[in-house]
Design a protein around this ligand. Structure first.
Ligand code: IMP
Length: 181
Protein backbone atom coordinates (compact mmCIF):
# COMPACT_ATOMS: atom_id res chain seq x y z
CA UNK A 1 0.00 0.00 0.00
CA UNK A 2 1.44 3.37 -1.02
CA UNK A 3 0.93 6.65 0.80
CA UNK A 4 -0.54 9.33 -1.45
CA UNK A 5 0.48 12.97 -1.25
CA UNK A 6 -1.54 16.00 -2.33
CA UNK A 7 -0.03 18.36 -4.85
CA UNK A 8 -1.59 21.76 -4.24
CA UNK A 9 -5.04 22.60 -2.89
CA UNK A 10 -8.37 21.02 -3.84
CA UNK A 11 -10.29 22.71 -6.69
CA UNK A 12 -14.05 23.00 -6.17
CA UNK A 13 -15.97 20.40 -8.18
CA UNK A 14 -19.33 20.46 -6.35
CA UNK A 15 -20.14 23.57 -4.32
CA UNK A 16 -21.61 23.58 -0.84
CA UNK A 17 -24.87 25.01 -2.24
CA UNK A 18 -25.15 22.27 -4.88
CA UNK A 19 -24.48 19.56 -2.29
CA UNK A 20 -27.12 20.93 0.07
CA UNK A 21 -29.68 21.22 -2.75
CA UNK A 22 -29.00 17.59 -3.75
CA UNK A 23 -29.30 16.41 -0.13
CA UNK A 24 -32.71 18.11 0.11
CA UNK A 25 -33.81 16.51 -3.19
CA UNK A 26 -32.67 13.03 -2.11
CA UNK A 27 -34.31 13.42 1.31
CA UNK A 28 -37.61 14.36 -0.34
CA UNK A 29 -37.51 11.30 -2.63
CA UNK A 30 -36.56 8.94 0.20
CA UNK A 31 -39.24 10.36 2.51
CA UNK A 32 -41.86 9.81 -0.19
CA UNK A 33 -40.68 6.31 -1.08
CA UNK A 34 -40.67 5.15 2.55
CA UNK A 35 -43.88 6.88 3.62
CA UNK A 36 -45.59 4.66 6.25
CA UNK A 37 -42.37 2.92 7.32
CA UNK A 38 -42.07 3.29 11.08
CA UNK A 39 -38.31 3.02 11.51
CA UNK A 40 -36.13 3.40 8.44
CA UNK A 41 -32.69 2.12 9.38
CA UNK A 42 -30.04 4.36 7.89
CA UNK A 43 -26.71 2.53 7.80
CA UNK A 44 -23.79 4.94 7.35
CA UNK A 45 -20.49 3.61 6.08
CA UNK A 46 -17.65 5.12 8.09
CA UNK A 47 -15.82 7.20 7.95
CA UNK A 48 -16.62 8.92 4.65
CA UNK A 49 -20.43 8.99 4.94
CA UNK A 50 -20.68 10.59 8.38
CA UNK A 51 -21.37 14.14 7.16
CA UNK A 52 -23.69 13.11 4.31
CA UNK A 53 -25.65 10.81 6.64
CA UNK A 54 -25.99 13.50 9.26
CA UNK A 55 -27.33 16.08 6.76
CA UNK A 56 -29.54 13.57 4.90
CA UNK A 57 -31.10 12.06 8.02
CA UNK A 58 -32.00 15.50 9.39
CA UNK A 59 -33.82 16.39 6.17
CA UNK A 60 -36.03 13.27 6.19
CA UNK A 61 -39.65 13.75 7.16
CA UNK A 62 -40.16 10.09 8.18
CA UNK A 63 -39.05 8.33 11.38
CA UNK A 64 -35.56 6.88 11.08
CA UNK A 65 -32.69 5.61 13.18
CA UNK A 66 -28.99 5.50 12.39
CA UNK A 67 -26.35 2.84 12.78
CA UNK A 68 -22.85 2.49 11.37
CA UNK A 69 -20.52 0.04 9.72
CA UNK A 70 -16.88 0.54 8.83
CA UNK A 71 -14.86 -1.22 6.17
CA UNK A 72 -11.33 -0.82 5.02
CA UNK A 73 -9.75 -1.26 1.61
CA UNK A 74 -7.81 1.92 0.76
CA UNK A 75 -5.38 2.63 3.62
CA UNK A 76 -3.58 5.90 2.87
CA UNK A 77 -3.44 5.40 -0.90
CA UNK A 78 -5.90 6.11 -3.69
CA UNK A 79 -6.26 2.64 -5.17
CA UNK A 80 -8.56 0.04 -3.65
CA UNK A 81 -6.70 -3.17 -2.93
CA UNK A 82 -9.93 -4.91 -3.93
CA UNK A 83 -10.36 -6.91 -0.75
CA UNK A 84 -12.87 -5.29 1.58
CA UNK A 85 -12.62 -5.99 5.30
CA UNK A 86 -15.32 -5.32 7.90
CA UNK A 87 -13.88 -3.36 10.81
CA UNK A 88 -17.08 -2.28 12.60
CA UNK A 89 -20.45 -4.03 12.52
CA UNK A 90 -24.00 -2.81 13.27
CA UNK A 91 -25.16 -2.60 16.87
CA UNK A 92 -28.72 -3.76 16.14
CA UNK A 93 -30.16 -6.66 14.17
CA UNK A 94 -31.71 -5.67 10.82
CA UNK A 95 -33.86 -8.80 10.42
CA UNK A 96 -37.28 -7.66 9.16
CA UNK A 97 -36.20 -3.99 8.99
CA UNK A 98 -36.18 -1.52 6.08
CA UNK A 99 -32.52 -0.69 5.55
CA UNK A 100 -30.95 2.14 3.56
CA UNK A 101 -27.17 1.98 3.19
CA UNK A 102 -25.63 5.45 2.93
CA UNK A 103 -22.26 5.70 1.18
CA UNK A 104 -20.11 8.71 0.39
CA UNK A 105 -18.79 7.54 -2.98
CA UNK A 106 -18.99 4.50 -5.24
CA UNK A 107 -15.75 3.92 -7.08
CA UNK A 108 -15.00 0.33 -8.18
CA UNK A 109 -18.17 -0.86 -6.45
CA UNK A 110 -16.28 -3.38 -4.29
CA UNK A 111 -17.33 -1.86 -0.95
CA UNK A 112 -21.03 -1.61 -1.72
CA UNK A 113 -21.14 -5.07 -3.27
CA UNK A 114 -19.49 -6.60 -0.23
CA UNK A 115 -21.84 -4.79 2.17
CA UNK A 116 -24.98 -5.64 0.22
CA UNK A 117 -24.13 -9.34 0.22
CA UNK A 118 -23.41 -9.24 3.95
CA UNK A 119 -26.58 -7.33 4.84
CA UNK A 120 -28.91 -9.25 2.50
CA UNK A 121 -27.96 -12.46 4.32
CA UNK A 122 -29.41 -10.95 7.50
CA UNK A 123 -32.91 -10.94 6.00
CA UNK A 124 -34.00 -7.28 6.14
CA UNK A 125 -37.53 -6.48 4.89
CA UNK A 126 -35.91 -4.28 2.22
CA UNK A 127 -32.39 -3.18 1.36
CA UNK A 128 -31.55 -0.11 -0.71
CA UNK A 129 -28.56 2.14 -1.20
CA UNK A 130 -27.87 5.85 -1.43
CA UNK A 131 -24.54 7.34 -2.52
CA UNK A 132 -23.68 11.02 -2.84
CA UNK A 133 -21.22 10.61 -5.71
CA UNK A 134 -20.09 7.95 -8.12
CA UNK A 135 -17.32 7.54 -10.65
CA UNK A 136 -18.82 5.38 -13.41
CA UNK A 137 -15.52 5.27 -15.33
CA UNK A 138 -13.91 3.23 -12.56
CA UNK A 139 -16.72 0.79 -11.89
CA UNK A 140 -15.54 -2.83 -11.90
CA UNK A 141 -18.57 -4.49 -10.37
CA UNK A 142 -22.23 -4.09 -11.24
CA UNK A 143 -23.55 -2.18 -8.22
CA UNK A 144 -27.08 -1.44 -7.11
CA UNK A 145 -27.41 2.28 -6.25
CA UNK A 146 -31.02 3.30 -5.70
CA UNK A 147 -30.49 6.97 -4.81
CA UNK A 148 -27.57 8.68 -6.53
CA UNK A 149 -26.40 12.25 -6.01
CA UNK A 150 -23.72 13.25 -8.53
CA UNK A 151 -21.79 11.56 -11.30
CA UNK A 152 -18.17 12.72 -11.37
CA UNK A 153 -15.14 12.09 -13.61
CA UNK A 154 -12.30 9.77 -12.69
CA UNK A 155 -10.41 11.93 -10.19
CA UNK A 156 -9.57 11.82 -6.50
CA UNK A 157 -12.06 13.96 -4.63
CA UNK A 158 -12.03 15.22 -1.06
CA UNK A 159 -14.31 17.15 1.29
CA UNK A 160 -17.82 16.67 2.72
CA UNK A 161 -16.58 13.53 4.49
CA UNK A 162 -14.14 12.35 1.82
CA UNK A 163 -10.45 12.28 2.65
CA UNK A 164 -6.96 11.72 1.45
CA UNK A 165 -5.07 9.97 4.25
CA UNK A 166 -7.52 11.44 6.82
CA UNK A 167 -7.18 15.05 5.60
CA UNK A 168 -9.80 17.37 4.05
CA UNK A 169 -12.92 15.59 5.42
CA UNK A 170 -14.40 18.75 6.93
CA UNK A 171 -14.38 20.91 3.78
CA UNK A 172 -17.99 22.00 3.06
CA UNK A 173 -17.57 21.36 -0.69
CA UNK A 174 -16.26 18.47 -2.81
CA UNK A 175 -12.97 19.28 -4.51
CA UNK A 176 -10.58 17.55 -6.87
CA UNK A 177 -7.07 16.95 -5.62
CA UNK A 178 -4.00 16.24 -7.72
CA UNK A 179 -2.32 13.33 -6.05
CA UNK A 180 1.14 11.84 -6.25
CA UNK A 181 1.43 8.18 -5.20
P1 IMP B 1 -15.04 1.21 -3.96
O1 IMP B 1 -15.09 0.05 -3.03
O2 IMP B 1 -13.89 1.11 -4.91
O3 IMP B 1 -16.34 1.52 -4.64
O4 IMP B 1 -14.67 2.47 -3.10
C1 IMP B 1 -15.50 2.99 -2.15
C2 IMP B 1 -14.73 3.69 -1.07
O5 IMP B 1 -13.45 4.18 -1.52
C3 IMP B 1 -15.45 4.91 -0.62
O6 IMP B 1 -16.34 4.63 0.43
C4 IMP B 1 -14.33 5.84 -0.17
O7 IMP B 1 -14.01 5.60 1.16
C5 IMP B 1 -13.16 5.45 -1.03
N1 IMP B 1 -12.97 6.34 -2.20
C6 IMP B 1 -13.09 6.02 -3.51
N2 IMP B 1 -12.83 7.06 -4.30
C7 IMP B 1 -12.55 8.10 -3.48
C8 IMP B 1 -12.21 9.48 -3.71
O8 IMP B 1 -12.12 10.00 -4.85
N3 IMP B 1 -12.00 10.22 -2.58
C9 IMP B 1 -12.07 9.73 -1.33
N4 IMP B 1 -12.41 8.46 -1.07
C10 IMP B 1 -12.64 7.64 -2.13
Amino acid sequence: MTTARAMGDPRVLISEEDIQAKVRELATRISEDYRGVEDLRMVGILKGAFIFLSDLSRRLTIPCSVDFMAVSSYGDGTTSNGSVRLVLDLRRSIAGAHVLVVEDIVDTGATLNYLLRLLAARRPASLKTCALVHKPARRKLETQVDYMGFEIPDAWVVGYGLDLAEEYRTLPYIGVLDVEE
